[in-house]
Design a binder for this molecule. Structure first.
Ligand code: GLC
Length: 750
């Protein structure tokens, strides 16, 4: 059972289904746009007739209650409505963008944020959110990387499951719980060239080992709904992909909730070139397993005829409707269709804002801190120049997908630093310097340079406005937009130490400007309370704990770049790498190259997945394994000593990576398998242990079957995917007694 146990009431479901007419059944497959604060007559009429079973984008609680009352009291069967909304990283209280939340590597933080968002949304009558978005994203040109939990299936799977638990709570039928929606199923993050909605070509093995695991984790966590991706997956758009929606999702994973299309993605099947007309598109999507059609009306127009002509079996339609009814029953909508706003705490209340501040604190990643410039002293006499458009951008700091967040609640970095200044008699001078992050004019530079020259430290708030990431907002060049690089270079030329604070919805390519800064904080789009959170870290009220959930490239041309890459047959080595500037004139063809690198940029990232500094330092020592030869059915304990070698308390996210150097399909050079955060006092040594079993070593092979293969494995433990402290162990073959299915050997490869 993958949905909450309350879904066992199948008898009630089938009894209701048995009373429904064909038209009423088709009505339950229709999800329609509401009219934002008013009851549209045509929609009311359709609901009353039983031709609409779900609405989206209505958040006025009285209007929602009116629509529910029409459905429950005026339609023949009284089936309540699903009320959907994109509650992606907060409702009124906006949390950091999901990519930022992923930088916390803290499932409990994600769960808490989702819980608060669910409460604020449920107070408005929303009972379904189109989140979490758990597409693996390894191409930051793609705007939707902002909504993702990053590049790694293990981390994204844990955080996606946490979001599901947060939205759905212990009891999906309880007030304040809303149905979650794992999206976009599947492989959307592989959109070619990082251009949104572009085609995806993903080998089945890659789909199984990288893009599908987070969705399976969400299903295992009991997610009530999934949404199909717009994208064409290997020639069959996800919205018509029966392999994905039936074989994988239903037959292999046992999913019993509902599948909703994305916005008009059923109609888009013809645009893709999969069908010749709407009728064919309706048949393809329904046959493939899409239960609910978002905003287009092809099901309403064609399913009745398709069923009557026996092109679409009635049993298929019944199963679609059953999936929708099952979610409505699980939500308790038949017992409690109406919302009493007074049952909920007010939105954006102090508790919620405090949680958003804590979340934003944990998402900030300290990339660089030369000379321990940070944390800054806020003492009297200190002069701080605050420069840049994003220091005072209450709307942009919220990030993408904030339909119900309001800039009026935002606390900006500038306001927070000015408040600190007032308390600490520090002098703060602010110069915006450029109007927006895209501005190309330099006429504001002089004031910025002058302010920096007068200051002890220059805090440069740079990055991207919110509009530059999110759906359909992709960039072919992911360096800092506008004149920001020139601004940074001009300010750095004063000699005043520069701290870069980057607010962005994606990894940015910063190789050119990183050397200009003594310290770099990556704060993503930090949400409503981003200002105080950033100030807390800058001035030491909180220490940075964030770790990169995505790789930061040097230049755009490296993309896609991610830590779990394949070795290739000719990996670059320090000896084989040659830089374009170091090539002699008339160099003979074979004098350089012949391994996997670019001539004009080093193959390493600017900052690797998992990287993040603290205000202290850590050492990893004495890595030891419980055994060097792991029996097939045993567990391996990996232990390492982590030592705080600095002078301050610090949090370290200890990460464990594994590699299978010889397998029946090539495996990544490293894969994250475990992590844990520890807090250590100065000088403190802590033994940190992780337990692995062969299941952690499993992968999908050429036959798309999940297997573990005996042989040598390598393990590393450290503070990022660059961890150097490693060990080797062997997984012994299964005892002969076990059936072959349980112990797929690589005998033919040994
Ligand atoms: C959009 C997005 C999807 C969202 C839906 C409803 O186009 O792709 O993520 O949930 O439409 O707004």
């Amino acid at each position: 059972m993958t949905l909450p146990a309350v879904l066992t009431d199948e008898g009630r479901l089938l009894e209701l289904l048995g009373r429904m007419t064909l038209e009423e059944k088709i009505g339950q497959t229709a999800l329609r746009q509401a009219s934002g604060g008013r009851v549209d007559d045509a929609l009311a009429h359709a609901i009353r007739d039983g031709r609409v079973g779900a609405v989206l984008n209505e958040v006025d609680v009285e209007t929602v209650n009116t629509l529910q009352r029409i459905a429950v009291e005026e339609s023949r069967l009284g089936i309540p409505l699903l009320v959907g909304r994109d509650v992606i990283h907060g409702f009124a209280t906006v949390f950091p963008i999901p990519l930022g939340q992923a930088a916390s590597w803290n499932p409990a933080l994600v769960e808490r944020g989702a819980r608060i968002a669910a409460h604020e949304a449920a107070a408005c009558g929303v009972n379904w959110t189109f989140a979490p978005m758990i597409d693996i994203a390894r191409d930051p040109r793609w705007g939707r990387v902002a909504e993702s939990f990053g590049e790694d299936p293990h981390l994204a799977g844990l955080l996606g499951a946490a979001a599901v638990r947060g939205f759905q709570g212990e009891d999906l039928a309880a007030p304040g719980s809303i149905a979650a929606c794992a999206k976009h199923f599947a492989g959307y993050g592989a959109s070619e060239s990082g251009r949104d909605y572009n085609t995806t070509s993903i080998p089945d093995v890659e789909l199984r080992n990288v893009y599908l695991p987070p969705f399976q984790a969400a299903v295992d966590a009991g997610v009530a709904t999934l949404m199909t991706s717009f994208s064409d997956l290997n020639g069959v758009p996800c919205t018509a992909n029966a392999w994905l929606l039936r074989q994988v999702l239903r037959e292999e994973w046992g999913f019993r909730g509902l599948v909703v299309s994305d916005w008009e993605s059923v109609r888009q099947l013809q645009v893709h070139g999969l069908t010749a007309d709407d009728r064919a598109s309706a048949l393809e999507a329904a046959s493939a397993g899409v239960d609910l059609e978002m905003t287009s009306d092809l099901y309403e127009a064609h399913l009745a005829a398709l069923v009557r002509e026996e092109r679409l079996p009635l049993a298929v339609l019944d199963a679609m409707v059953a999936n929708v009814l099952r979610v409505k029953l699980a939500l308790g909508l038949f017992e409690r269709p109406f919302t009493q706003a007074g049952d909920f705490a007010p939105a954006a209340n102090a508790e919620h804002l405090a949680a958003a501040r804590e979340a934003a604190r944990e998402t900030v990643v300290l990339l660089k801190n030369d000379g321990a410039l940070l944390p800054l002293a806020a003492g009297a006499g200190r002069a701080v120049a605050v420069i840049g458009p994003l220091a005072d951008a209450p709307f942009d700091q919220l990030g993408t997908w904030i339909f119900d967040g309001e800039a009026r609640h935002s606390r900006t970095p500038l306001a927070a630093i000015r408040q600190l200044a007032a308390e600490g008699a520090m002098r703060v001078e602010y110069v915006r310097a450029v109007e927006t992050t895209r501005s190309r004019a330099h006429d504001g530079f002089a004031d910025a340079v002058a302010a920096a020259a007068r200051a002890d430290v220059a805090l440069l708030f740079v990055g991207e406005e919110a509009i530059l990431s999110g759906e359909a907002h992709c960039r072919a060049d992911i360096s800092l937009p506008g004149a920001q690089e020139a601004l940074i270079q001009a300010v750095a030329a004063t000699g005043t130490p520069v701290v870069l604070v980057v607010l962005a919805g994606r990894p940015l390519a910063m190789e050119r400007i990183a050397p200009c800064a003594r310290a770099i904080l990556y704060a993503w789009h930090p949400g409503t309370m981003g200002g105080p959170a950033i100030a807390d870290v800058l001035f030491g009220a909180a220490a940075p704990v964030g770790r990169l959930p995505v790789t930061l490239p040097r230049v755009t041309g490296q993309v896609p770049i991610y830590y779990a890459q394949k070795q290739t047959g000719k990996p670059a080595t320090p000896e084989s790498i040659v830089h374009i500037d170091d090539i002699e004139a008339s160099a003979p063809q074979l004098s350089i190259g012949n391994t996997s690198f670019h001539l004009d940029v080093h193959p390493s990232p600017l900052y690797p997945f998992g990287h993040g500094l603290a205000y202290t330092t850590f050492a990893y020592e004495a890595l030891r394994l419980s055994t060097a030869a792991l029996a097939w059915d045993d567990a391996l304990t990996v232990t390492v000593d982590v030592v705080n070698t600095g002078a301050r308390d610090g949090d370290e996210t200890v990460q464990l990576y594994v590699r299978d150097p010889a397998a029946s399909v090539t495996r990544p050079v490293r894969e994250l398998k475990r992590f844990d955060r520890v807090r250590l006092a100065p000088g403190e040594r802590r033994a940190v242990s992780f337990v692995l079993t062969r299941d952690d070593l499993a992968f999908y092979g050429r036959d798309q079957r999940r297997r573990t293969e005996p042989g040598e494995f390598r393990v590393w433990v450290g503070g990022s995917s660059d961890a150097s402290l490693g060990a080797v162990f062997v997984l012994r073959p299964a005892p002969e007694s076990l059936s072959s299915s349980d112990s797929d050997h690589r005998l033919s490869h040994e």
